[in-house]
Ligand binder design. Sequence first.
Ligand code: FMN
Length: 170
Amino acid sequence: MTILEAIRKRYSCRAYQNKSIEPEKLEQIFEAARLAPSAKNLQDWRFVVVTDKEKKRKLAEAANNQKFIENASVIIVACSNSKDVMRCGQAIGPIDIAIALEHIALQAAELGLATCWIGSFYPEKVRPIVGIPEDIDIIELMALGHPADSQKEPKREPMNKMLCYEKWQF
Ligand SMILES: Cc1cc2nc3c(=O)[nH]c(=O)nc-3n(C[C@H](O)[C@H](O)[C@H](O)COP(=O)(O)O)c2cc1C
């Protein structure tokens, strides 16, 4: 599978089979994250992999009651221990986590698994469920598992709405 094929295969999966993920596949998925680029190569990402049924139920509740995520084999709690800001003024933590999580999503797609980014959650409700210290930022959650739904045609804007050359032409 080419990278573009994996990108086309990825979609936000909101229904999962009750089936665990083989450890070799999880290892490949997190190897994809480990190899992601990061600002100053800080690699300040920390991932907590949650498979426990009761914890997943609580995480779904903390994610604004998005019930579907408790059925995912795994919920990844993606955290950063970086408070660094780049010279450009942007925070390093969320950017590095976003890159690593998309590596995860694409590697999962290549392996026939599915994911869903979860940004709608309350960090202070998530924190005690998995014991995340106060000084660590909880950036994003991601559901990961065997899909029980099927991909729909992605809704995307045409290229000319996002891209121009040489100067701002929007
Ligand atoms: C940062 C981020 C946060 C998101 N949070 C949620 C979420 O909390 N719940 C959800 O169901 N989907 C969430 N999504 C998925 C988006 O709705 C989805 O990516 C978008 O509609 C495009 O659809 P596709 O991923 O199937 O191509 C999130 C996506 C991103 C990138």
